[in-house]
Design a protein around this ligand. Structure first.
Ligand code: PGA
Length: 254
């Protein structure tokens, strides 16, 4: 499959895996995905496993991502992790504004935008998550919700920074539920998002930004999703917790 934008497939391990389990998983991925050049591969373990995972993937084609970070630089912010700290482990990407954080930690678009600026200032690439709930979709608010999230979370980014930002469209109703958006639903949301990017930035930026789909991506639906013209990768939760299913998602997407 050929697309101008390189696919990016990231595993979001969420609050799972001991350090030993994380090392085992990434050791297997490193072996099984060693020949993959067509896709940017990212794993996002919990903070506690970043150090060990980082060591395993040195000199491999797998890049490291974190699942969150503070909007502040080092200082008196008990319990927080700064971009500077992530850099120590050669972290390249950071997931921002995942719907679970929007829901359980009440993260706002404004906060996510501050984190995105802090990430770029440290040369980390944010993976900014957006997505509507089932209620919002069914009441016809999907486009308004996505537009608001995009405008707020990406506020003030330069064109260059935006091009280095990855977006993840994750309909909340599809996360961890086994309900994947149909390929048509995914494509139409992604095309809408690209249209909003053209308004907020310009056509060139909109054409260059990679938009991942997330929400119950599995080996058996990855290919048809990745074939959609505006789907440029996947953010994978449950199926990223096992080497075999993550590897199959990647190989089925190429
Ligand atoms: P899921 O999670 O693949 O388990 O649905 C996706 C995500 O939350 O990023």
């Amino acid at each position: 499959m050929t697309k101008d934008r390189k696919l990016i497939i990231a595993g979001n391990w969420k609050m799972n895996k001991s350090v030993a389990e994380a090392s085992d998983l990434v050791t297997t991925l490193k072996r099984d995905l060693a020949n993959v050049k067509e896709v940017d591969l990212v794993v996002c373990p919990p903070f506690t496993a970043l150090s060990d995972v980082s060591r395993v993937i040195l000199d491999s084609n797998i890049r490291l991502g974190a699942q969150n970070m503070s909007e502040h630089g080092n200082g008196a912010y008990t319990g927080e992790i700064s971009a500077q700290m992530l850099k120590e482990f050669s972290v390249r990407y950071v997931i921002l504004g995942h719907s679970e954080r929007r829901q359980y930690q009440a993260e706002s678009d404004e906060l996510i935008s501050r984190k995105a600026h802090a990430a770029h200032a440290a040369a980390l690439k944010p993976i900014v998550c957006i997505g509507e709930t089932l209620e919002q979709r069914e009441s016809g608010q999907m486009e308004a919700v996505l537009a608001t999230q995009l405008k707020g979370s990406l506020a003030g980014l330069s064109h260059q920074q935006m091009e280095e930002t990855v977006l993840a469209y994750e309909p909340v109703w599809a996360i961890g539920t086994g309900k994947t958006a149909t390929t048509e639903q995914a494509q139409s949301a992604h095309a809408f998002i690209r249209g909003v990017l053209a308004t907020l930035f310009d056509e060139t930026v909109a054409r260059r930004v990679r938009i991942q789909y997330g929400g119950s991506v599995k080996a058996n639906n990855a290919r048809e999703l990745m074939e959609q013209p505006d789907v440029d990768g996947a953010l994978v939760g449950g199926a990223a917790l096992e080497a075999r299913s993550f590897t199959e998602i990647v190989t089925n997407s190429i």
